[in-house]
Ligand binder design. Structure first.
Ligand SMILES: *[C@@H]1O[C@H](CO)[C@@H](O)[C@H](O)[C@H]1NC(C)=O
Ligand SMILES: *[C@@H]1O[C@H](CO)[C@@H](O)[C@H](O)[C@H]1NC(C)=O
Ligand SMILES: *[C@@H]1O[C@H](CO)[C@@H](O)[C@H](O)[C@H]1NC(C)=O
Ligand SMILES: *[C@@H]1O[C@H](CO)[C@@H](O)[C@H](O)[C@H]1NC(C)=O
Ligand SMILES: *[C@@H]1O[C@H](CO)[C@@H](O)[C@H](O)[C@H]1NC(C)=O
Length: 240
């Protein structure tokens, strides 16, 4: 009798331990990155027009290499994943080239942004592409592919050399809350119509461009569609 009781207790303990082990295991295992997202990162890396001036220690994304010891792209520099899902949620691809110029310089290859490269990152929330010297967009789709990333909330395109040709495609970026366009070659009247459909937009940084409309006129256009009005300090239309 006592023996049977002991066995039952032991069995109960074993079950509890087994469950605890599984629980523990489950909660400490983070997901590795997805194969298609890793491939997309490598495709982005392959598309960067490096120059000899680029610092090989940081500028060339040295951790972005495919080998067995380094398989999980969630651990690569400038990449942040949701560790539960293994999906990439943030890419900090600012200043990926050490030297660039927004002006014609024969030594620095022109880089056009190919927004389609980011399509595999369906859970992406934050994309920083600032300080890369992009001169424009690589194909006719313009920024539209980024509009298909339903969770994208922050897009930073500041300190590049985009001109007004990107403006018509900004309207596709419906989920954006923060849009940074400072320090580009944008000019003339601010195209309020193009951005009127960005219903979630809370912050728009247009400083360091050559817009010539008044801040009041821009704000007036948005009065009804902005839950949190942008502060005038975020817009400096006349600064060069
Ligand atoms: C990660 O993904 C899970 C499942 O979709 C979600 O519940 C959680 O809020 C996400 N965490 C972050 C930091 O986005
Ligand atoms: C990219 O931007 C982040 C946030 O502003 C900053 O901490 C980081 O140093 C920048 N990276 C490079 C390479 O400039
Ligand atoms: C842009 O990227 C997509 C996806 O990788 C590719 O199919 C396309 O050829 C690229 N376009 C250009 C102009 O490089
Ligand atoms: C704007 O940039 C595009 C792409 O680089 C270029 O083809 C076009 O000529 C530029 N337009 C102006 C007005 O500079
Ligand atoms: C603003 O710039 C545009 C294009 O450069 C020009 O046509 C327009 O007359 C300017 N408006 C003012 C008020 O300066």
């Amino acid at each position: 009798m006592e023996w049977a009781l002991r066995m039952r207790t032991l069995r109960a303990w074993l079950i509890v331990m087994l469950l605890l082990h599984q629980f523990h295991h489950h909660h400490h295992e983070s997901m590795a990155c997805l194969e298609q997202e890793k491939m997309a990162l490598l495709a982005f890396k392959a598309s960067v027009p490096w120059t000899d001036d680029d610092d090989t220690s940081s500028g060339r994304l040295p951790s972005w290499v495919e080998d067995d010891d380094n398989d999980d792209c969630c651990s690569w520099e400038r990449v942040q994943c949701n560790l539960t899902t293994g999906r990439i949620i943030q890419l900090s691809l600012n200043f990926t080239r050490n030297r660039w110029s927004s002006y014609d310089d024969a030594h620095i290859p022109i880089w056009l942004l190919n927004a389609s490269l980011f399509l595999p990152f369906q859970e992406l929330q934050h994309l920083d592409l600032s300080e890369n010297g992009f001169r424009g967009l690589a194909d006719n789709e313009w920024l539209e592919p980024l509009g298909r990333l339903k969770r994208l909330e922050v897009l930073d395109l500041s300190w590049n050399a985009f001109n007004n040709s990107i403006l018509p495609s900004l309207g596709a970026l419906k989920s954006l809350k923060n849009l940074f366009l400072s320090g580009n070659n944008l000019e003339g009247n601010f195209p309020a119509e193009e951005l009127a459909g960005l219903e979630n937009l809370q912050m728009l940084d247009l400083s360091g461009n050559r817009f010539n409309g008044s801040v009041q006129a821009i704000q007036g256009t948005y009065k009804s569609s902005f839950a949190v009005p942008w502060a005038p300090s975020h817009i400096t239309p006349n600064i060069h």
